[in-house]
Design a protein around this ligand. Sequence first.
Ligand code: GLP
Length: 248
Amino acid sequence: MRAVVQPDGEAVGTYAAELIERRLRENPRLVLGLPTGQTPLPMYAALIRRQREAGLDFSQVTTFNLDEYVGLPAQDPRSYAFYMEKHFFAHVALPRSQVFLPNGEAADPYEEALRYEQLLQSHGGLDLAIVGIGRNGHIGFNEPAERLMARTHVAVLSEETRTANARFFGSPEAVPPTAITVGMAAVGQAKEVLLLASGSAKAAAVAAACSGEVTTHLPASLLQLHPNATFLLDRQAAAQLRDNDGYE
Ligand code: GLP
């Protein structure tokens, strides 16, 4: 695991987009794992710019989003499907038949989790997983726990996560209690993982995930075991890393 530190969240986005562009030019049929949240917004904006300015070609790419709230239809502005459409898919020439998200509206979310897992497997898993990190160290909606799930599943959101995401819903109680998320194997078995973090709220989780114990109580710490994982941080998110952590 290596850490790369950039000046701010914008620069994190530019760096991430450049890395995706390099991988895409090596392999136009890239299978990408995609995150939502505040952090990746500059990355999506930079990718859209690169398509416009440098002809970056998404036509053969396949994308799998990491997670979706249970119960929210794609038309709901708070759903991750809506977020992705608004911030990325509406602006790039990526065939919708190659875009996948868990269906938050599925009649049976457990069946939907199984379907999504099988879909992911049938594409051979992820080439490049871009992930964020929750303040509690979660990845996707894999929350800190005694045990983690390897495969796509229905996750119960922690109080901490519902509080962190309340800004989009008005109150923590209004945040859906469950979500469908890929499991830790989708990330652990990706050929490459890029974790994005910006802002001081992530500094403690980032430091613990980079150099603390590997523990299910901090899912991002499992990335220490990955042979090709990068923590891409802005200065604020990197503030609690120790000097001997060997970051660039
Ligand atoms: C949510 C998502 C995560 C995301 C996290 C951080 O909980 N399920 O996938 O990484 O938020 O979001 P932000 O970038 O807004 O801090």
